[in-house]
Write a protein that binds this ligand. Sequence first.
Ligand code: PHE
Length: 453
Amino acid sequence: MQDTRVGFGSKIGGILAAAGSAVGLGNIWRFPYETGNHGGAAFILVYLGCVLFLGLPIMVAEFSIGRSSKASTGKSFSVLAPGTQWKWVGYLGVLTGFLILGYYSVVAGWTLEYILEAGINGFANNRPEDFVVSFQSFSQNPWKPLFWLIVFLLMTHYIIVKGVKNGIEKSSKIMMPLLFIIVIVLAICSITLPNSQKGLEFLFNPDFSKLNSSVFLSALGQAFFSLSLGMGCLSTYASYFGKDAKLGNTAVSVATIDTLVAILGGVIIFPAAFSVGIQPDAGPSLIFITLPNVFQQAFSGIPILAYIFSVSFYVLLALAALTSTISMHEVSTAFLNEKYGMSRGRAAKIVTAGCIVIGVISSLSLGVMQDYTLFGKGIFDALDFVTAKIMLPLGGMLISIFVGWYLDKSRVKNEFTNYGKMKLGLFNVYIFILKYVSPLAISAIFIKELNLI
Ligand code: PHE
C-alpha cells in the first residue's frame, strides 16, 4: 500500500515545493516589520541563531517523521507511535496550519488588490498621506478584502485539487524561479537608490542596545513561521519525498533559500524606505502603506520604473504567498483524506470553506468587528500571536522531543543517513539539539516572555 502513495516526481521538485512553503509573506511582509520593530541587525542575528540551532535540526526531524511514516502530519504520529497520546501533536499541527491559513489568506488577498491598483497605475499621483487613507479604507472595508480573500483561497484550492505532482510540484517549479528573479532584480534596484546605505546599515550593522526583552520570542516565532516549522507542514511534504532525498541537505537548501529571500526582502524594503526618509517601524502595514509611497518617491524621475517596481513587488508577494498557502492547505486536506477516507476534492472543499470562515472573521476584525477581542487583541492579531509565537514553537518543541527521545534511534539514524548510504556526520549534534537544546531553549523563552512563572 505504501508504494502506491503519490509523491514528488523529482528531488528538485521536492526542494522547490518545500522552499515554496517556507518562502512566503513571512519573508517579505512579516520579517521586515519584525526587524523594523526590533531594531534591525541585532534582531536579525538572534533570528539567524534560531534558524541555525533550532530551525535546521527541527526541520530534519520533521522530514524524518514525514518520510518514515509516509503519512501527513495528522496521521504520522499514530503511525510511528500507535496507541499513544503523541497523535495530539499531529492534530495540533493540523489546527495550527488551518488557523494560520485563515488569517494569512487575508494578507495574501491584499496583495491581489495591490497588484490591480499598481497595475492600473493607481499609485501614480498619490501624496504620502493618501497611501495611509487608501490602505485603511481598503482593509477596513467590509467587502473588498473578503472578495480577494476568497479569490486567493480558490486559487489555492484549484492547485491542491490537482494533486501533489501536477498541482503542488508543478506550480512550485514555475513560481519559485520567477520569484527568485523578481527578488534579485528588485534588490539590485533598491540598493542603487540614493542614500540606500542607511537602509543597509540598519540591516547589517547591529546595535545591541536595541535588543529588548521581546526580541527572543519574536525571533523564535519568526524563525518557525518563516521556515514553516512546528506544525508538520514540511513533514507532510516529506511524506512525498523519495527514498533518495537527502534530508539534511534538503533542510540546508530550504533554510538557506528562506533566509536569503528574507534578507533580500529587507534589502528591497529598507534601503528604499531610508532613501526617502521613512522610518521602518510601521508594523504590519509597512509593505502596504510605506512601500507604494517609497516606490513613487524613489523613482519619481522615472515613472515607468516606479510602475514596474510596484507591480513586480506585489506579484512577488502574491507568488510567495500562494506557494505557502498551498502547503498549509495540503496539511488539512491530506489529513481529512487519510484519516476519514474522503476524496481529495471533498477534503479540499471542506478546508477551503473552513478557511474562508476564519479569513472572513479575521478580515472583519480589522474593520467593522474591531471591538471584538481575544486575549486583549483584535482577532487578526490574536491569531497571529497565538499561532506564530505559541503554537508553532510549542509544536516544534514537541516534535523535537518526539524524535530526540521517543522515536526508535535506528529509525532516526536510517532517515538521517538514507538507510546507511550517507555518513553519520553531525548525527550526534543533531540528537543533542533535539534532546536538550531545543526543549530547554524554547521553554526558557516561553517562561520568560510569557511570564509563566
Ligand atoms: N513559511 C510561510 C511564510 O513564511 C508561512 C507558513 C507557516 C507556511 C507555516 C506553512 C506553515 O510565509
